[in-house]
Design a protein around this ligand. Structure first.
Ligand SMILES: NC(=O)c1ccc[n+]([C@@H]2O[C@H](COP(=O)([O-])OP(=O)(O)OC[C@H]3O[C@@H](n4cnc5c(N)ncnc54)[C@H](O)[C@@H]3O)[C@@H](O)[C@H]2O)c1
Length: 268
């Protein structure tokens, strides 16, 4: 068998990706990297304005991208987004289940509504989009790649985030279960478990902690970094580079796996 060159391995031309929550933060960084590698990118996000701005940034660099308003919680939206990818881009080869929320709340104060919302976006959303994309990937016979955003919290609980910890533990098992069941369809399913990454979402968390506990952003970051062997916060591109690896043919024999990208946080 002739070996692919490294350049060919990471070339995603002719492949198309859906990224939920791809307008901002980690999802946006993944959209940038997949587009840079040549993939067509469909950003499915509830924030239409931000999604369109991200698309503009990609197309201004000659990348191929589209935005669609979609809610990760909705089965109808999942079907609509997959149809749109097929119609407008030509196929669906890569799905990144990235949309997620992380509101902090002590478990004894967590309302049923908040629990449902976190589980619905973070866990059910990944199931719904995987099912819609998986059906299409299986029907074409070409298979595909699904990448789920888990978290270090899937391995080690963080305080005031029982709903979130549970949702990400679920994402981890969803990844393994789908990898097992979808392998005969040539659908490869993996997860990335980020540590502390500087995104608009984590900036909101710091702002809330500032309001509720009076902690400064520097104190929060400093406290976190103390536990990170590599002694810094992660950037969205740290995750995007790993997503590119998983989407590329360099990762064709990996399925049901999770890659921790946490600067060593869980070692300490
Ligand atoms: N940032 C971190 O430190 C960190 C750590 C571990 C895991 N993660 C995971 O990575 C993913 C991205 O996190 P982030 O920090 O970039 O978040 P973020 O809040 O910065 O961005 C999230 C994006 O998702 C979109 N979104 C929110 N709800 C949605 C919904 N219902 N449907 C569609 N889109 C929706 C938002 O509009 C936004 O564009 C999440 O799944 C998160 O749990 C993040």
């Amino acid at each position: 068998m002739s070996q692919q060159s490294i350049k060919e391995m990471f070339n995603l031309s002719g492949r198309n990706a859906i990224i939920t929550g791809g307008a901002l933060g980690i999802g946006q960084a993944i959209a940038f990297r997949l587009a840079e590698a040549g993939a067509g990118v469909l950003i499915a996000d509830i924030d239409q304005k931000a999604a369109e701005k991200t698309v503009e940034e990609i197309t201004s660099k000659n990348g191929k991208a589209l935005a669609v308003t979609a809610d990760a919680r909705s089965a109808d939206d999942a079907k609509k987004v997959v149809q749109l990818a097929v119609q407008e881009l030509g196929s669906i080869d890569i799905l990144v289940n990235n949309a997620g929320i992380f509101p902090l709340m002590p478990v004894l104060d967590t309302t049923e509504e908040m629990w449902d919302n976190v589980i619905d976006i973070n866990l059910k959303g990944a199931f719904l989009f995987s099912q819609a994309a998986g059906r299409e990937m299986a029907a074409t016979g070409n298979g595909g790649k699904i990448i789920n955003l888990a978290s270090i919290d899937a391995f080690h609980p963080n305080g005031m985030a029982t709903h979130y910890n549970a949702s990400k533990g679920g994402v981890l098992m969803l990844t393994r279960a789908m990898a097992l069941e979808l392998a005969p369809h040539k659908i490869i399913v993996n997860a990335i478990a980020p540590g502390g990454i500087m995104t608009p979402g984590t900036a909101d968390v710091r702002e809330n902690l500032n309001k509720t506990l009076g902690l400064s952003s520097e104190d929060i970051i400093g406290g976190w970094v103390q536990r990170v062997p590599l002694q810094k916060m992660g950037e969205p591109d740290d995750i995007a580079k790993v997503a590119l690896f998983l989407a590329s043919s360099a990762a064709d024999y990996i399925t049901g796996e999770v890659i921790l990208v946490d600067g060593g946080y869980l070692l300490s």
